[in-house]
Structure formats: structure tokens, C-alpha cells
Design a protein around this ligand. Structure first.
Ligand SMILES: [Zn+2]
Ligand SMILES: [Zn+2]
Length: 254
């Protein structure tokens, strides 16, 4: 196996992913990242639309301040980005971050998640019922794949989205179409270290476009920050050029 090195971890959770879902503090994630020699760390707790794990809206300015303070303390060693793992909440292309909340974040990632309340019945039905039913009918499968993909394309067109997290996890997607939209908008497709998505097959398809990728651990506790072996394995298996991956480099001499 080739030896890759992660430059920054672009997907980590903290205690702000509520109800014990995330285990560590921002400082603990940062210290772990520092001990691994990472230069960048994204704090991306679940968006407030998640019924159980979502970051509380009232905490957004408070977390902003906490990260600003930590960045002063860690200056020159590591840069911490205040991000969020927003949820798709509407098939017409909406996420669970309000217009006046966007300014607090350095970056916004987005992904499909269960445990989220959609903004309207139509979207609820598509996500909650048509997705699981689609495995029994190829017509339904094609229909919902199209809908799932269109929603994400509208979102990357409507918002400044940095990364689409674990594309293909939870729902079926037309990866080629999504990658084309991401290429246009400069949004990265994530190779998640914790989930098996984006898959090796889809990675190879997406790499036929000029869209770019990111790697993230999706750590839910500090010791998991920087754990991206699964993502590295899929990069190697897919044979995609490393120049397409934003936050990974080849180790010298490897
Ligand atoms: Zn996720
Ligand atoms: Zn996550």
C-alpha cells in the first residue's frame, strides 16, 4: 500500500453533537490533530435540524467564539475551522442552516442523515418511504436516485458548500451528475474514513470529471481524529490521482 499523509482532517464531531453522540471537546480534537502533525482541523457537528444530535442554534455564536479563542492560542501550529455537517431538509434544495446563521461558519458541509425532520410532507415521503421502498422496484430506484441527486445539486447551487459528506450513504445518488455539479461549484466530494462512502466504484466514476475530493475521519471522539485508513484504501483501490484530493499528500520516498 502507498503511504499517504493527511494534511488536515475535514470532518470531526465534538460534544456539540448532542446527547453523547460526539464525545470530546474542540480543544481535545485540536490537541489530537496537533499530535498527528495536522495543519488544519474542521469542527463539523451535526446541523441543528437533526432531532437528536444537532448543534443547538443558540450555541452557534458561542462555538464561533470558542474556536476564535483556540485559534489565537494555537496560532502557527494548527488552524481550526468552524464548520457544520448540515442536513438536507428539503428536496427543493434546502439545508438546516438559516440565512443569518451562515456568517458564523468558516465552511459548511452537507449530507443526508436519518433522524432529521424535513420541511414538508413531500420531502419526508421521498426520504423516509420512497428510499427504502426503492430496493423493490427499479423504476422507483431510478426515480428516487434522480430526486436525491437533484436535491444535492440545488443545495450546492444555493449555498456555499465546501464538502458533500459520505455521498451514497443513506441514499442512492447519480454520482456522475453530482460530481459535474460539484466541479462547477467547487464543492468537494468526501471520501469518508468511517463510512464506506463514497464507494470505490463511485470514486472512479466521479474522478472522470474535474471535481475534487476531500478526506475526513468523521471522528466522534478525539482519538478517532485523523483515522482515515479506510479512505486511503479506497483512494488506492480506485486508482484516482492524488492531485484530485485536497487534503492528502504522498509521503516522501513512498
Ligand atoms: Zn454524516
Ligand atoms: Zn459526521
Amino acid at each position: 500500500m502507498k503511504k499517504f499523509r493527511l494534511i488536515g482532517d475535514y470532518h470531526t464531531h465534538t460534544l456539540y453533537s448532542r446527547n453523547g453522540h460526539g464525545k470530546g471537546t474542540i480543544r481535545e480534537n485540536a490537541e489530537r490533530a496537533l499530535s498527528l502533525g495536522l495543519k488544519e482541523l474542521y469542527i463539523t457537528d451535526h446541523g441543528p435540524g437533526h432531532l437528536f444530535f444537532g448543534l443547538k442554534r443558540k450555541m452557534i455564536p458561542i462555538v464561533r467564539k470558542e474556536i476564535d479563542d483556540l485559534n489565537k492560542e494555537f496560532e502557527g501550529r494548527i488552524k481550526i475551522f468552524f464548520g457544520v455537517e448540515a442536513n438536507v431538509v428539503d428536496y427543493d434544495g434546502k439545508i438546516d442552516i438559516k440565512e443569518d446563521e451562515i456568517k458564523y461558519f468558516d465552511i459548511m458541509n452537507v449530507g443526508y442523515h436519518t433522524g432529521v425532520r424535513f420541511l414538508n410532507i413531500k420531502s419526508e415521503i421521498l426520504f423516509r418511504y420512497i428510499n427504502p421502498l426503492s430496493k423493490y422496484s427499479s423504476r422507483l430506484e431510478n426515480y428516487i436516485r434522480e430526486k436525491n441527486t437533484e436535491a444535492l445539486i440545488k443545495i450546492v447551487e444555493n449555498y456555499p458548500i465546501r464538502i458533500i459528506t459520505h455521498p451514497g450513504e443513506k441514499v442512492n445518488l447519480d454520482i456522475r451528475k453530482l460530481a459535474e455539479a460539484c466541479e462547477k461549484q467547487g464543492t468537494l466530494l468526501e471520501i469518508n474514513g468511517h463510512h464506506n462512502h463514497i464507494s470505490v466504484e463511485n470514486l472512479a466514476i466521479a474522478a472522470q470529471t474535474d471535481c475534487r475530493f476531500s478526506v475526513g475521519s468523521d471522528a466522534h471522539f478525539p482519538d478517532a481524529v485523523g483515522s482515515v485508513e479506510g479512505a486511503f484504501r479506497r483512494i488506492e483501490e480506485s486508482g484516482i490521482p492524488l492531485t484530485k484530493v485536497e487534503n492528502v499528500e504522498l509521503l516522501e520516498g513512498a
